[in-house]
Design a protein around this ligand. Structure first.
Ligand code: ZN
Length: 228
């Protein structure tokens, strides 16, 4: 597959957007070294834009971003795609509504992942953004497609845009790459707060009907994309 001229402008725009969004990961203390990545689907095409492998955050530029197909094969760009590209590609292939994917090993959320425990819905912010607990996905090794499969199988029937992949870290999805980044930031924030709450005692659950109404209200009133 090659990049045809009709999508060149879209891809140029997405390269800027994806490069800019990568700055949010260190800014929000979600990543160290070169870990973590953001991708965006190229709308209407079986293509995605993602960070290249092994590039430090201060060297990320729109030109450094790479374009791959939904098998994770390089289509456009100078560098090798992130080693997590296959997982991102699998999500786009099997979840057509997803426009953005983010992966981090953010500290508190990954501490929950290490214990294989879902983050319970004990804050209104969790009900708003995640619609319930933040679930745990299966243990999966990189390289055989099992990470992507684990993400899709866990999130497919769940309101949560975030999954804690067991013993690994966080993957989030969104209706845009920006929303997937937002979910990653929120996931780490609530992971930290619920962890601290646990040190003080048992956090109080929120009744399911309250979770439902918080989620509906936030997603319908506050969750809309800004109109331009
Ligand atoms: Zn990882």
């Amino acid at each position: 597959m090659t990049v045809t001229t009709d999508v060149r402008d879209t891809i140029a725009h997405l390269r800027v957007q994806v490069a800019d969004l990568h700055a949010e990961l260190p800014r929000n203390q979600l990543v160290v070294w070169t870990a973590g990545n953001v991708s965006a689907r190229v709308p209407g095409r079986d293509l995605l834009v993602i960070k290249p492998s092994g590039v430090s955050y201060d060297k990320i530029t729109p030109e450094a971003m790479v374009v791959t197909d939904l098998e994770g094969e390089l289509v456009d760009g100078e560098l090798s795609p992130s080693s997590d590209t296959a997982a991102h590609a699998y999500v786009y292939k099997h979840m057509p509504h997803v426009q953005g994917v983010v992966h981090t090993h953010s500290t508190y959320a990954t501490a929950w992942a290490a214990r294989g425990e879902a983050i319970p819905c004990v804050l209104t912010m969790i009900a708003d953004e995640f619609g319930g607990e933040i679930p745990v996905g299966p243990f999966a090794l990189i390289g055989d497609g099992s990470i992507g499969r684990g993400i899709v199988e866990t999130l497919r029937n769940h309101r949560s845009p975030a999954v804690l992949m067991r013993n690994h870290g966080v993957f989030t999805i969104g209706s845009s790459a920006r929303n997937a980044v937002k979910a990653a930031v929120m996931c780490e924030d609530v992971a930290r707060t619920v962890h601290l709450s646990r040190q003080l005692g048992a956090p109080l659950p929120i009744e399911q009907h309250h979770i439902d109404s918080l989620y509906q209200r936030y997603q319908n009133v506050y969750g809309q994309e800004p109109t331009k």
